[in-house]
Design a binder for this molecule. Structure first.
Ligand code: SF4
Length: 263
């Protein structure tokens, strides 16, 4: 379970150069990453303890198809126990694979605010924060200061009504909680966010209603499936057409051969 295609609707793959985390706010209460580590103990011998996986750093270079990659679905990249040098290595891999889009999501806005100015942000690195209720909208202020090309919010699990300042925000994802202990999302909360994105001209993605299983409630909000993506995603897809991708990957393979023969 080191990396894989995923059922998460707003991305294509997950990449976990770290796993493990600890809880910081009410949205973490029934963390699915923690549940997975408890269920698949052979795959996670360290349990939910923050663990680095340097052997996974190069994985995205082997994925040929331009993809949206959710970085650290099993952790939080801005966790305090992720060494800054390791974070820089992850950012270097993202810069070296411009045919992918990387989607980073954190709840640790203070670490993000401190470290983001020291990192090199390429166009293919998108940054988001989770906002589950009004108390945590201050995370958006930290996000606004990050020089990522796309800044996004994940309002999942949505636990309350939100009044959002969407200045400088490109994309909002909304979803209800799933699992045995799921906390029900009031449809009005989702609708309010949809209306705010319409007013602010921001892309809106409705991921799921939630329930005992993530798919059980479906994805329709007011008779419509909201799958909007930031406009730059479509530009990215157009740009990385097969010919360009092949050229870039050939040059990567050549670099690999050179570095192997130099050893
Ligand atoms: S920050 Fe994310 S990965 Fe970490 S405990 Fe909370 S929900 Fe789980």
């Amino acid at each position: 379970m080191s990396s894989s295609n995923t059922g998460i609707e707003w991305t294509d793959k997950t990449w976990n150069p770290t796993t493990g985390c600890n809880k910081v706010s009410p949205g973490c209460r029934y963390c699915y990453a923690e549940a997975l580590t408890e269920r698949f103990t052979n795959n996670f011998p360290q349990g939910f303890k923050l663990t680095l996986h340097p052997d996974r750093l190069e994985q995205p270079k082997k994925w040929r198809t331009p993809s949206r990659i959710f970085v650290n679905s099993m952790s939080d990249l801005f966790h305090k126990d992720v060494p800054f040098e390791y974070l820089q290595e992850i950012f270097a891999v993202m810069r070296e694979t411009p045919w992918h889009i990387y989607q980073i999501l954190t709840k640790r806005d203070q670490n993000l605010a401190e470290l983001a100015p020291k990192l090199e942000w390429a166009k293919n690195i998108w940054m988001g924060v989770s906002v589950e209720n009004q108390q945590y909208t201050s995370r958006i202020d930290a996000l606004r200061q990050v020089s990522a090309r796309v800044r996004f919010l994940s309002c999942e699990p949505l636990l309350g009504s939100l009044r959002l300042d969407l200045t400088g925000i490109d994309w909002v994802i909304v979803g209800g909680e799933s699992g045995h202990h799921h906390r029900r999302m009031n449809p009005e909360w989702a609708r309010e966010i949809l209306y705010q994105t319409r007013e602010a001209n921001v892309a809106f993605f409705f991921k799921q209603w939630g329930g005992h299983h993530s798919k059980v409630g479906g994805r329709m909000l007011d008779d419509f499936i909201w799958n909007e993506m930031p406009a730059v995603w479509y530009e990215h897809v157009n740009k990385w057409q097969k010919q360009e991708l092949t050229r870039h990957q050939k040059s990567y393979r050549l670099e690999q051969r050179c570095s192997i023969s130099a050893k």
